[in-house]
Design a protein. Structure first.
Length: 231
């Protein structure tokens, strides 16, 4: 298999085939790749990991493997990064695979599902329980090689413009929530919508949506969700 074709892509708040990079560097003077993120630069953990990764690759290669990092919307829309890597528009992507649940529910297993694995269990499955092998077989169908690039663990239940006092209050609520979790809440009457991080605050502020979940206290604070959805 040609090495360049093998090292194509990304996965789980995840990314590239780093192990193959040094061999490539020996064969060429300089390598310049781009990583397209699904996240805005304000999220210094989710997007910031791209900068950390790029810096390490530059250091490991003696400055010969240069990766430029690009926030959502710079090279392509937040939810366009999977197709971007798959069709070779960009070399890498940093994303949350459950965004692509609509293409195939399997993508959610490479990220998070309701009542699924916690952080330690996810790591154990990925690296000791054959999870990575199974996912590699799945991603190969779309010309992508996935690597873990973060693990958020359990996520928050959400931020709401109005106080929720009973399950009945969820009926008809428009909530930004992704993938499998949205399908679960739909059973309770919630109208699930998928929005990228950079659009959530404005949608809550305008009342386009009534509620949103994101990740957890640190990243939710960065987005300022508590200011427009205090419950």
């Amino acid at each position: 298999m040609e090495r360049r074709n093998f090292v194509r892509g990304a996965g789980l708040a995840g990314v590239l085939a780093a192990g193959a990079a040094p061999a490539i560097v020996h064969a060429q003077t300089n390598i310049r790749w781009r990583i397209a993120s699904s996240f805005p630069k304000s999220l210094d953990t989710l997007f910031g990991v791209c900068d950390v990764f790029a810096a390490h690759m530059k250091d490991m290669s003696g400055g010969k493997f240069i990766i430029t990092t690009h926030a959502a919307g710079e090279l392509m829309p937040a939810f366009g990064v999977l197709d971007g890597v798959s069709n070779g528009t960009v070399e890498m992507a940093n994303t949350a695979p459950y965004y692509f649940f609509g293409k195939d529910p399997t993508y959610a297993l490479d990220c998070a599902i309701p009542f699924g694995l916690n952080q330690r269990q996810m790591n154990a499955w990925m690296f000791e329980g054959n999870g990575m092998k199974l996912l590699r077989e799945f991603y190969a169908k779309v010309n992508v090689v996935n690597f873990s690039m973060g693990n958020t663990g359990a996520q928050m239940g959400g931020w709401y413009r109005k106080e929720i006092k009973s399950v009945k209050d969820l009926e008809g609520m428009k909530m930004r929530i992704s993938a499998f979790a949205g399908r679960v809440l739909a059973k309770l009457g919630v109208v699930a919508q998928t929005l990228p991080a950079g659009e959530i605050y404005q949608a809550l502020e305008k009342g386009t949506i009534d509620a949103s979940e994101w990740i957890g206290p640190y990243d939710d604070l960065k987005l300022g969700l508590h200011r427009v959805a205090p419950h």
